[in-house]
Ligand binder design. Structure first.
Ligand code: ZN
Length: 148
């Protein structure tokens, strides 16, 4: 297992942050640009920013506008592909998901979803429940294209 990569994303990189979470990476989203001396929210993390600041260390400068271009550049620099674990993390709150069964998901999930699925993942932090579906298939396809 390769070393874990943890990120902090600058305010202008919300989409990139969500896609990194989709790929399974721990990514904290900042609502304000980090100061030159990175604070505790960035400790041990790679800071992703669109602002060039030579004072900062552990920074990846993101010059591309489109999120998949941004991800491709990051993959070239730090090999995201081999360290990713898609759909293992809550894209809303950045918490690692846990497997859950139909019984546990039953209260929160629509009946027709419950009937047609038996595997769910749950976010232990915000309580969101995820299940396979067309949305997930589309995401997987985009991830395959990204790393092709
Ligand atoms: Zn969550």
């Amino acid at each position: 297992m390769a070393a874990e990569l943890n990120f902090t994303a600058a305010p202008s990189l919300g989409r990139l942050c969500r896609w990194l979470r989709t790929l399974g990476f721990d990514c904290v989203y900042l609502h304000q640009e980090a100061p030159a001396q990175l604070d505790r929210s960035c400790a041990g993390r790679i800071y992703l920013t669109r602002h060039i600041d030579p004072e900062q260390r552990h920074v990846i400068f993101i010059g591309q506008d489109e999120v998949f271009d941004q991800l491709r550049v990051m993959d070239m620099l730090i090999s995201l592909k081999h360290r990713s674990n898609p759909l293992s993390r809550c894209i809303h709150c950045n918490t690692a998901l846990i497997d859950s069964n139909r019984g546990a998901a039953g209260r929160e999930v629509p009946e027709h979803i419950l009937q047609s699925h038996d595997r769910f993942t749950t976010c232990p932090s915000c309580g969101r429940i995820y299940w396979p579906g067309t949305h997930v298939d589309r995401m997987k396809e985009r991830i395959r294209d990204l790393f092709a």
